[in-house]
Design a binder for this molecule. Structure first.
Ligand SMILES: C[S@@+](CC[C@H](N)C(=O)[O-])C[C@H]1O[C@@H](n2cnc3c(N)ncnc32)[C@H](O)[C@@H]1O
Length: 349
C-alpha cells in the first residue's frame, strides 16, 4: 500500500511520525520489554523540565498580579485620602463614569470587530491554514505555530476588510493545543476537523496552495479562489513538502511575488503569520511592494532593499544551522526568536 492510500487523506510525501522507540539499541537484554531509546528519554526529561518551568512562571505571574492589584488598591485609597471629604463623592462618580465610558468603547470595538468578521464569512477572501502537519513538528514548533495562528487571528480582527480564515485538519495534538487558547471557542473562523481537500471538495478547482516552491507567481488575489497556507514551523527541513502535496492532489499552486519587489538576504520561505499578514495588507492596499515592506522584517531583506517599516512583530524561524546548534527545542528561546507581544494577542482574542 502506498503512503497516500495508507493515510487515506491524500497526504502524499508525508512520512509517518518516527516512533519513539524506533532508533533504540538498548533493551537491557530483555527482548519481551519494549526498549526506550536514549533520545526518547532525553525528550521526556526536556518535556518535564519545560512543564516545571511553565508552572513556575504561572505561579510568578499570579503573584505579580496579586501585588499589582494591591498596589492599585493602595494608590486608590491614597488618592481618596488626599481629597477633601466633601469632594470625594464627586471624585468617585467621575472615576466610575470614566470607567463606564471606557467599557462602552471596548464593547463598541468588540461588536464592530464581530460585524467585520461575520461579513468576511460571507464576502471576504478565503484563506486556509492547513494543519495536517503536526506529526512533523516538535512540541515547541507546534506551540510556535499556535502562537502564529493566535497572531493571525488578532491581526485579521483589526483589519477594516478582514479575510475569512479557515483552520482545516484540526486533529490530535494540534487540536488539543488550539483548544487551550483562551476564548478559542468564540473565534469567528471556520474550524474543520477534516482536511481542506475533503471539507472543500466541491471547490477543488478554486484551491490554490501558496508555496515558495511554485513556478507560478501570484499576481493578484482572486475573491473566488481559496488560498491555502501550510501550517508548518519546520525551519524548512521539510523542503518542498507543500508543493508535493498540492501536486499529488492536483490543485493549483502559487508563490508570492517577492522577487519582483525585493531581494531577500536568505530564503523566500516566510512564516505562516507573515504570509497571512502580507495577504491582509494586500487586500487593504492592492500593492505587493507596500505589503512586503510592511511585513517582512528588515533583517530578512538584503541591504539594498532595507527601507520601510521594521516595527512588525513576527514569529521568526531559525535556520537549519541554528537549529542544529540548538538541540533543546523545548527550552530554547531561539526557537521563537521574536516573541509576539502578549498585548498584541490578547486584544485580538
Ligand atoms: C514556514 S513555511 C513552511 C515551509 C515548508 N517547508 C513548505 O514546504 O511549505 C509556512 C507556509 O507559508 C507559506 N509560504 C511561505 N513562504 C511563501 C512564499 N514565498 N510564497 C508562497 N507561500 C509561502 C507556505 O504555504 C508554507 O507552507
Amino acid at each position: 500500500m502506498t503512503e497516500v492510500e495508507a493515510n487515506g487523506d491524500g497526504e502524499a510525501g508525508v512520512p509517518p511520525p518516527k516512533s519513539e522507540t524506533q532508533d533504540s539499541t538498548e533493551n537491557n537484554g530483555n527482548s519481551s520489554e519494549p526498549a526506550v531509546s536514549k533520545s526518547a528519554l532525553k525528550k521526556q526529561a526536556r518535556q518535564q523540565r519545560w512543564e516545571a518551568k511553565k508552572a513556575e512562571k504561572k505561579a510568578a505571574a499570579k503573584e505579580q498580579k496579586k501585588k499589582e492589584t494591591e498596589r492599585k488598591r493602595k494608590e486608590w485609597e491614597e488618592s481618596l485620602a488626599s481629597i477633601p471629604e466633601d469632594e470625594r463623592t464627586k471624585f468617585i462618580e467621575s472615576r466610575i463614569s470614566l470607567r463606564k465610558e471606557r467599557m462602552e468603547q471596548k464593547t463598541l470595538e468588540k461588536n464592530s470587530k464581530k460585524e467585520r468578521l461575520n461579513k468576511a464569512k460571507e464576502q471576504g477572501q478565503n484563506v486556509v491554514v492547513d494543519l495536517q502537519f503536526s506529526h512533523l513538528m516538535t512540541p515547541s514548533e507546534i506551540r510556535s505555530l499556535v502562537q502564529q495562528i493566535m497572531y493571525c487571528y488578532a491581526v485579521n480582527g483589526r483589519c477594516e476588510s478582514p479575510a475569512h480564515l479557515w483552520l482545516t485538519g484540526c486533529e490530535g495534538e494540534m487540536d488539543d493545543q488550539l483548544k487551550k487558547i483562551p476564548g478559542f471557542d468564540k473565534w469567528i473562523i471556520e474550524k474543520e476537523n477534516k482536511p481542506y481537500i475533503e471539507a472543500l471538495q466541491d471547490r477543488k478547482d478554486d484551491l490554490v496552495y501558496l508555496t515558495a516552491d511554485s513556478e507560478t507567481v501570484l499576481e493578484e488575489l482572486d475573491l473566488k479562489k481559496i488560498y491555502i497556507i501550510g501550517g508548518l514551523v519546520d525551519r524548512n527541513r521539510w523542503k518542498g513538502i507543500t508543493m508535493e502535496k498540492a501536486q499529488e492532489q492536483g490543485i493549483q499552486t502559487a508563490k508570492l511575488p517577492i522577487s519582483n519587489f525585493l531581494k531577500m538576504s536568505s530564503s523566500q520561505v516566510l512564516t505562516v503569520n507573515q504570509v497571512v499578514e502580507i495577504l491582509l495588507k494586500f487586500i487593504e492596499t492592492r500593492d505587493w511592494k507596500t505589503s512586503f515592506f510592511a511585513v517582512i522584517p528588515q533583517r530578512k531583506r538584503s541591504q539594498a532593499d532595507s527601507e520601510g517599516n521594521t516595527d512588525n512583530a513576527v514569529v521568526e524561524e531559525e535556520d537549519e544551522e541554528e537549529r542544529e546548534q540548538n538541540d533543546d527545542p523545548l527550552t530554547s528561546k531561539k526557537q521563537c526568536v521574536e516573541e509576539i507581544p502578549s498585548n498584541k494577542l490578547v486584544d485580538g482574542l
